[in-house]
Design a protein around this ligand. Structure first.
Ligand code: ATP
Length: 376
């Protein structure tokens, strides 16, 4: 029994113990190892990870373009393993758009309804609604080649939505667009998803894209889920070294545990400092053992004087200063061997500017020391 809560709506898509192995001449490739996942009705959900981690294969199994080697896939409570894609009540949007070049925009969108028995009048209404939704009113007679990349992507989206699927699967749909257009389309896609209210499952290797758009996301690595959560949770509380490095800057510090008190460990990273790390025991910290932690770059304060007691501190020397307009990024070498990135907002009241080769103190609040586990 899974209670539906506010943060976890009714399940639309459930993957239960999914594995996918491909057999090729070079042997067996385990594309997906053991994935359990519940995607809620109406969620914007992303599968995020590096190339080859299994995200496309996972999406294709939901769509019915691949069958799992093991496990069950439930769509709205029904097991769909073995059910062909066109009987699944989900549609897929590909990176390549796959529009018909000889058909007009109208005909391309109407094509999504071709197997449905709808009257001519209803067809015109529904295609019109979709063109409104993707803001292509007035372009219905154009051919795809007369449209920009972003407009073509909107046509593909309209075509996939016109038959009102319960879920839309999107495989890197923005990858072919340049950065500006891509960012505009991210907001646009989110608006469209909110308006139609259906479940979107979105595959991307771009962490910013996933953080910007998703209600929740999973980070995948080598065919497994490393972490599941809302963007803020995953960014602010990465649980593994892989997630800490893949989302944001890894800012890894490692050392030996010298003391344990409840769930909190005290770490000796070298250089005579000690760092308090809450919640370290649950990830396996023991006295004398190794421990990895990360601190997000915007949580670190650079100062020229010794910070107040009670903060975690490290000495360092500024190796690089990169001015980024609204913020400045510092790369700081520490005697522990770790080189840490620090982001400082360039607000009008920040006067404490450090320079290359300057010796500084780095400090942060103990709760921003994030203990990291190894990958599962
Ligand atoms: P990308 O972003 O590069 O598409 P991905 O995370 O989507 O990567 P998948 O495409 O799911 O990853 O591939 C996962 C693994 O399975 C890779 O090692 C890939 O080479 C392998 N793979 C995928 N499809 C097949 C196939 N049809 N036959 C053999 N191996 C495959």
């Amino acid at each position: 029994a899974r209670p539906a809560t506010a943060s976890q709506p009714l399940p639309a898509i459930e993957l239960v113990g999914i594995a996918k192995r491909f057999h090729s001449r070079r042997g067996v490739v385990a594309a997906v190892e053991h994935v359990d996942l519940i995607i809620g009705e109406g969620e914007f959900f992303s599968l995020l990870g590096p190339s080859g981690c299994g995200k496309t294969t996972t999406l294709r199994m939901i769509g019915g373009f691949e069958e799992p080697t093991e496990g069950q896939i439930l769509l709205y409570g029904h097991d769909v393993v073995g059910v062909p894609p066109n009987h699944r009540d989900v549609n897929m949007v590909f990176q390549s758009y796959a529009l018909f070049p000889h058909m007009s925009v109208f005909e391309n969108v109407a094509f999504g309804l071709r197997r449905k028995a709808v009257s001519k009048a209803e067809l015109a209404t529904r295609v019109g609604e979709m063109l409104d939704l993707v803001q292509l009113q007035g372009k219905s007679d154009r051919r795809p080649r007369e449209l920009s990349g972003g407009q073509q992507q909107r046509v593909a989206l309209a075509r996939a939505l016109v038959n009102r699927p319960r879920a839309l699967l999107l495989d890197e749909p923005l990858a072919a667009l340049d950065l500006k257009l891509r960012q505009a389309m991210q907001l646009e896609l989110k608006r469209i998803q909110r308006e139609v209210g259906i479940t979107f499952v979105f595959v991307t290797h771009d962490q910013n894209e996933a953080l910007t758009m998703s209600d929740r996301l999973v980070v995948m690595n080598a065919g497994r889920i490393e972490q599941l959560g809302a963007p803020r949770e995953v960014y602010e509380r990465p649980r593994t070294r892989f997630v800490a490095g893949f989302i944001g800057t890894s800012n890894l510090i490692e050392g030996r545990v010298t003391r344990v008190d409840g769930d909190t460990a005290v770490l000796e990273p070298g250089g005579g400092e000690s760092i308090v790390v809450p919640d370290a025991v649950p990830v396996g910290a023991t006295v004398g053992g190794p421990l990895h932690l990360t601190v997000r770059p915007e949580k670190i304060v650079i100062s020229l004087e010794q910070p107040a007691a009670g903060r975690c501190t490290l000495r360092g020397r500024i190796a690089e200063v990169v001015y980024l307009g609204s913020s400045t990024q510092y790369a700081v070498r520490t005697p522990t061997g770790a080189e840490l990135s620090v982001f400082v907002q360039n607000s009008s009241d920040s006067s404490d500017v450090a320079e290359r080769e300057q010796d500084v103190w780095l400090s942060w609040r103990p709760e921003h020391s994030l203990a990291l586990a190894d990958s599962p």
